[in-house]
Ligand binder design. Structure first.
Ligand code: SF4
Ligand code: SF4
Length: 302
């Protein structure tokens, strides 16, 4: 069993064709801009949407652990008492409360994947495993990759690569495409923005390139974090120095702030460092693409 927080159909941004994207819960990084913050914790979490709440207090009455209270027209949860049992979400008449994370077996996930095989065939798509971080669910991921491989379903794995070389190699050898996230070239800035330094990630990218695995580098492009000329040049030079650079593809993912609302529903803090983060201008995105192009690396913006 693995904790899954979403299964998205008809995705067109996570690999070729139309895809089914499986989101594993839990991530070793904690990026300040994360747009899927419900994927960070390895545990089930309660979500509260203030806008949908009608202050009926049904949830407070239902909670078996007295973990909920109504304070200033807001439901607050005492994390020391909440066991994420979900009883309050069932009592809520408006859907203001929800639980993120469901334990699913490989059989249950495969059932969802198999429903989409016609879409995969017609669009030359497939399944993408992401998160959170799928590699921390190694056994489940490997079983799903094997079973999809037997059915000749295209398999992509979207990963931050903060994992042992052994696990990365095993996964890369059992899928058609690795989507490798690269956030910053400076180890200290990487640690500041994500909670971890980047040496392991860069080392895994070197290994993927050296051993000829098929991978695309994905960069969340954020003004105020990593969209500066110095970092983009360092990224391009790093990728250009690796074997197979002429085949390398880079996808730039311009910043958006959908994580703000999700953090609010989780009761966690978005951008705790208060770093001014912005979407790069079209001119900046073009400039970044041309920096890669100067080193003969194909970059596109999503
Ligand atoms: S998830 Fe369970 S323990 Fe937590 S607040 Fe809701 S009812 Fe109470
Ligand atoms: S049951 Fe739902 S609508 Fe009622 S107070 Fe609780 S969260 Fe708000």
């Amino acid at each position: 069993m693995s904790l899954i927080f979403d299964i998205k159909r008809y995705s067109i941004n996570d690999g070729p064709g139309i895809r089914l994207t499986i989101f594993f819960k839990g991530c070793p990084l904690n990026c300040i801009w994360c747009h899927n913050p419900e994927g960070i914790s390895t545990k089930r979490e309660k979500l509260y949407n203030r806008q949908k709440c009608i202050n009926c207090k049904s949830c407070v009455a239902k909670c078996p652990n007295s973990a909920l209270a109504m304070e200033y027209d807001d439901i607050s949860t005492d994390a020391n008492f909440c066991i994420n049992c979900g009883e309050c979400t069932e009592a809520c008449p408006t859907g203001a409360l929800g639980i993120s994370g469901e334990e699913l077996s490989a059989e249950q996930i495969m059932k969802e994947i198999k429903k989409e095989t016609i879409v995969f065939d017609q669009s030359e798509g497939g399944v993408t495993f992401c998160g959170g971080e799928p590699l921390i669910h190694r056994n489940m991921l490997m079983e799903l990759l094997d079973r999809c491989g037997e059915l000749r379903i295209h398999r992509a794995v979207d990963t931050c690569l903060f994992a042992s070389e052994e696990v990365v190699r095993e996964v890369a050898g059992n899928c058609e495409l690795i989507l490798a996230d690269l956030k910053h070239m400076d180890p200290q800035k990487h640690k500041e923005f994500t909670g971890q330094t980047n040496e392991l990630i860069l080392s895994n990218i070197r290994m993927l390139a050296g051993e000829g695995y098929n991978f695309t580098v994905r960069i969340p492009l954020i003004e105020g974090v990593n969209a500066d000329e110095e970092n983009i040049k360092a990224t391009a030079e790093f990728l250009a120095s690796l074997p197979g650079a002429e085949e390398r593809k880079v996808e730039l993912l311009p910043y958006h702030n959908v994580g703000i609302g999700k953090h609010s529903r989780l009761g966690t803090k978005y951008n705790p460092l208060n770093i001014p983060m912005n979407k790069p201008s079209p001119e900046k995105i073009s400039r970044c693409i041309s920096i890669f192009k100067e080193l003969e690396i194909e970059a596109t913006a999503k």
